[in-house]
Design a protein around this ligand. Structure first.
Ligand SMILES: C[S@@+](CC[C@H](N)C(=O)[O-])C[C@H]1O[C@@H](n2cnc3c(N)ncnc32)[C@H](O)[C@@H]1O
Length: 235
């Protein structure tokens, strides 16, 4: 997504009390960063303008949220949206943390001690060209990294048919069980997933939203062999 340069983005993130400047320092101890460290932890990957995390955190004060984006310009918008949402409720931002990071290196910021109960991947870039598919946030090498700190489910939404179809395969090959799936989320009675900025845009364009929930299970020998191949391919 193209986004205009925002010279205010980095200084605003640097001054923000709920934006984390050095995320690697919290590896293995993310839960302790929150006012209530006992709450479940949900992580959104590629949060964009922050509509999803800000609304989710207001609706669920009993869940701690971390949202990550690679672009400071995006994260700064997410920061503003979060501030506005909490201000409207006269609440301090105690269950949200945001930071700029490349998900490619997610293993530098989370490990098995962080135990996220849920990971959200909302409308990640579909990367349709064969040579670019490795960059999809649902690609094998990413799912293998998420497994390290996930103790729950991945919720994945997209408008893209090919990305969804191929992601189903990636999940299966990396030892995930898909426990829920729909090719048209908005025609179901599943209402627990907050609508994101991209989702709103795609729905207005008449596109159907594909959605799945997947949880890690034991990997079979065959799946494990595939993982080894993918790992060595992607070193
Ligand atoms: C298509 S937008 C979707 C934004 C939002 N989730 C939504 O549904 O409206 C994808 C977002 O993922 C971010 N992103 C893409 N690749 C990333 C990566 N490797 N690490 C972190 N964020 C990434 C982009 O900067 C962008 O904000």
């Amino acid at each position: 997504m193209r986004i205009r340069r925002k010279p205010w983005a980095r200084p605003e993130i640097a001054a923000c009390p709920f934006c984390v400047q050095n995320p690697c320092e919290f590896k293995g101890k993310w839960k302790s960063i929150f006012k209530n460290s006992q709450l479940p932890l949900h992580i959104e990957l590629g949060c964009g303008k922050g509509g999803f995390v800000s609304k989710s955190a207001i609706l669920n004060p009993d869940i701690n949220y971390i949202a990550i984006d690679i672009k400071p310009e995006m994260l700064a918008l997410a920061k503003r949206k979060t501030e506005e949402a909490f201000k409207a409720q006269e609440r301090s931002v105690d269950n949200v943390r945001l930071f700029v990071y490349n998900i490619d290196k997610i293993d530098e910021v989370f490990d098995k001690n962080d135990t996220a109960e849920r990971i959200y991947i909302n409308f990640c870039n579909p990367w349709p060209r064969n040579t670019h598919k490795k960059r999809r946030l649902t690609y094998h090498r990413y799912l293998m990294k998420y497994r390290e700190f996930l103790n729950g489910e991945i919720w994945f939404k997209t408008d893209d048919d090919d990305l969804f179809k191929e992601s189903l395969k990636y999940f299966e090959q990396t030892g995930f069980e898909v426990t829920y799936k729909t090719y048209d989320l908005h025609s179901t009675d599943f209402t627990q997933s907050v609508v994101t900025e991209h989702e709103k845009m795609f729905v207005e364009m008449g596109k159907s939203i594909k959605f799945l929930i997947a949880k890690p299970v034991d990997i079979t020998y065959e799946q494990y062999q595939k993982n080894i191949e993918y790992r060595s391919e992607n070193k």
